[in-house]
Ligand binder design. Sequence first.
Ligand code: GAR
Length: 220
Amino acid sequence: MKRIVILISGRGSNMEALLRAERAGELPGAQIVAVLANTPEAKGLSIAAAAGIATQVVDHRAYSERSAFDAALLAAVQAHAPDLVVLAGFMRILPETFVQCFAGRLLNIHPSLLPAFPGLHTHRRALEEGVRIHGCTVHFVTPALDRGPIVIQAAVPVQDDDDEDRLAARVLAEEHRIYPLAVRWFVEGHVLADGNVALRAKKPSQTREAHPAALIVPTP
Ligand code: GAR
């Protein structure tokens, strides 16, 4: 079984989507072994605990030195011997040591079609820029923030009467759809990071036909 550790900072809806996928048998060969948060207020912690998953808080406010928090987080994650570390709304920037330690087995979801709109407030910025297509991206994490090989993206058309909340909700629904798929592809060995691109090593078990509502663009 491939061991998955999920890192969250808040609501945890992407984590919940992954838990649901696991329970539904959609992540064969994988087991979510722990959910870690950098704050005890992360709402997703109680959802994970209710699902019987081990939870742990490494509170960044408890460390006066950034490097001490980084070391504690790395040790906490390593203690679970993960094959894959999944960032699901984890809002701390990871140091290079962490990223290097899990290189090629560290995934993140970002609420934009990267490389457009890295960083925060992606939906607001998309509306301000007047883009007609927005969306979300699952990518391998590299030391450069919100860069790294793209595994999968889902496109969401912007509607004329969209505000930040409405657009965010439609993007989030796509996040919940593509993250379990990306994790499944990784677990099954279908995608791997190779320089700047994610390669599809074998034909994925699920194709875009399984997701007719989303424009899903697997990497070549
Ligand atoms: C999600 O929209 C995720 O894409 C975003 O935070 C939200 C977390 O929601 N992540 C980032 O912005 C990372 N740069 P969730 O806690 O309900 O999964």
